[in-house]
Design a protein around this ligand. Structure first.
Ligand code: AMP
Ligand code: TRP
Length: 334
């Protein structure tokens, strides 16, 4: 039996990207599932916080689960499931909304950015976009997770989950484990190849700076070769002054298991750096793509994994969520 519990998730709002893979998924596969009781979740309820197409969310959820298996999550080692299959997430989220304040929700960077974008488009902002961190905290706290392996952009949400756990425990008695975020040392924030000051995000409008895990090798090459670099010729690592080059060095370092600083001396031109990074990414993704093709041909297998995963997840979450209901003052069912 492991003493560490790990939880993490990915939203089915678009096709999975190289940012998801290097920032999060690869560690789940290589490290986390081997050293802990680990749960990985396709967080479909979170995909409903912005304008969405029901059929697309359904397809992307299945595709994300298939890709996570293709990337190497093993159902014998970890629990893979879909969030909406386990009621405890939504049950606990409401209690955490009763512990959080609207001020702390409004301070979340992701809320401010996304709400701003929705308003610019002239649409309304879904209330669930504001309350999203309470649901995310519920995902984590329901399992008493110790660690939450995420990319840099999710740090603030995990911090809020910590605050809510501490506050709940202080007010209503020891119920939750206080979780902490873990991040990779390189590539915790992979940037868009066309706009290296913005995060490579799967739901951005233009796809030309985003490398998707299922992109064909020629497409991956083209995206790297056409990527924006910086003025000057110097291949040095400096995220402020040279965001384009630094992003490529981060990606390459992550693929090769080294550091961007070590690599920076090896290149005399941007073109050489782009070419080697493209090759490294193509090689890294090749086995994932091959395995994805096999698994996509056998959806029954993926369904069976998700069914079993939901059962295991439910068993783990229910006692904690029941305890939280009692602690906060709700009368147990007669
Ligand atoms: P999401 O796509 O927002 O559901 O993110 C799933 C996981 O991938 C989270 O742990 C994110 O922090 C991580 N992630 C997403 N985009 C990036 C990126 N560009 N660089 C590094 N990690 C990322
Ligand atoms: N909010 C995360 C993201 O956008 C996804 C997520 C939802 C998550 N619940 C989680 C990640 C719980 C870690 C733990 O990437």
């Amino acid at each position: 039996m492991y003493t560490t519990r790990i939880f993490s998730g990915v939203k089915p709002t678009g096709h999975l990207t190289l940012g998801n893979y290097l920032g999060a998924i690869r560690r789940w596969v290589d490290v986390d599932q081997h050293r802990s009781d680990a749960l990985f979740c396709v967080v479909d309820l979170h995909a409903l916080t912005v304008d969405h197409d029901p059929g697309r969310v359904r397809r992307l959820s299945r595709q994300a689960a298939t890709l996570l298996l293709a990337a190497g999550l093993e159902p014998e080692l970890c629990t893979l499931f879909v969030q909406s299959h386990v009621d405890e997430h939504a049950r606990l989220s409401y209690l955490l909304e009763c512990v959080a304040t609207d001020g702390e929700m409004r301070r979340m960077i992701q809320y401010r950015e996304k709400a701003g974008r929705e308003r610019e488009r002239g649409g309304g902002v879904r209330l669930s976009l504001l309350t999203y961190p309470a649901l995310m905290a519920a995902d984590i706290l329901a399992y008493r997770a110790d660690e939450v392996p995420v990319g840099e952009d999710q740090r603030q949400h995990v911090e809020l989950s910590r605050d809510l756990a501490v506050r709940f425990n202080q007010r209503y008695g020891q119920t939750f484990t206080v979780p902490r975020a873990t991040q990779p040392t390189v590539a915790a924030r992979v940037m868009d190849l066309q706009d290296p000051k913005s995060k490579m995000g799967k739901s951005h409008d233009s796809g030309s700076g985003i490398v998707y895990l299922l992109d064909e090798p020629e497409v991956i090459e083209k995206k790297f070769l056409r990527g924006v670099t910086d003025s000057g010729f110097d291949v040095s690592y400096d995220q402020e002054a040279r965001p384009g080059v630094s992003n490529l060095l981060e990606i390459l370092a992550s693929c090769e298991g080294t550091t961007p600083q070590e690599l920076s001396g090896e290149f005399s031109s941007y073109a050489a750096l782009k070419r080697r990074t493209a090759d490294a990414v193509v090689q890294l993704l090749k086995p994932v793509q091959e395995r994805h093709r096999e698994l996509a041909a056998d959806p029954g297998h993926v369904d069976a994994v998700l069914r079993k995963g939901a059962e295991r997840a439910r068993e783990r979450a229910k006692p904690t969520v029941d305890a939280a209901y009692r602690a906060i003052g709700l009368l147990p069912p007669m």
